[in-house]
Design a protein around this ligand. Structure first.
Ligand SMILES: [Mg+2]
Length: 165
């Protein structure tokens, strides 16, 4: 299957430090996913699908957020759907453990590892990384860096659409 992939971080992308609806009281973790920002992810996917000329290519979500360490893929998928996500979440990126105590594994390496290992199931034609932290090493050109105070904005949505088109 040919796919376009959105690698999705949560904190600083689908939540901000200043929640736009002012409702962080609902209780963690669901209160830390903002429906209004999830809707922007729908906008990216649905715009790309609408302008796609090759009907064989689908746009899918892979979760790169550290939330994947605490929650299962099903739990993450359910949370996102509860908050209004209509796109398919197909996987999470693998967790790569450091080989030395002092080492921090950049998220870009985990994303590259997913890209390498997905090849049996998918052919990735394009991808974009949505994240508020630029630790993407050689994948920096694929990053749309969000502002953790606001989460994803309309201009980030436009950038992501351009990069996936
Ligand atoms: Mg983040």
């Amino acid at each position: 299957m040919k796919i376009k992939v959105i690698f999705l971080d949560f904190d600083g992308v689908i939540n901000g430090l200043e929640p736009s609806n002012g409702s962080f009281e609902e209780g963690w973790p669901l209160s830390h996913i903002e429906a209004v920002l999830v809707e922007k992810i729908n906008k990216i996917v649905e715009t790309i699908e609408a302008i796609n000329t090759d009907q064989e290519i689908k746009t899918k979500i892979v979760i790169s957020s550290s939330w994947r360490i605490r929650f299962s893929l099903d739990e993450l998928r359910n949370m996102l759907q509860t908050k209004g996500l209509r796109a398919d979440v197909i996987d999470v990126t693998p967790r790569i453990y450091p080989t030395r105590f002092s080492e921090r594994v950049p998220r870009g390496r985990e994303i590259q590892s997913w890209l390498n290992s997905c090849q049996a199931d998918y052919s990735v034609v394009k991808f974009v990384i949505l994240d508020d932290i630029p630790d993407m090493v050689h994948l920096m050109p694929y990053l749309v860096e969000t502002d953790d105070r606001t989460g994803i904005t309309d201009s980030d949505v436009e950038k992501a659409i351009q990069m996936l088109t």
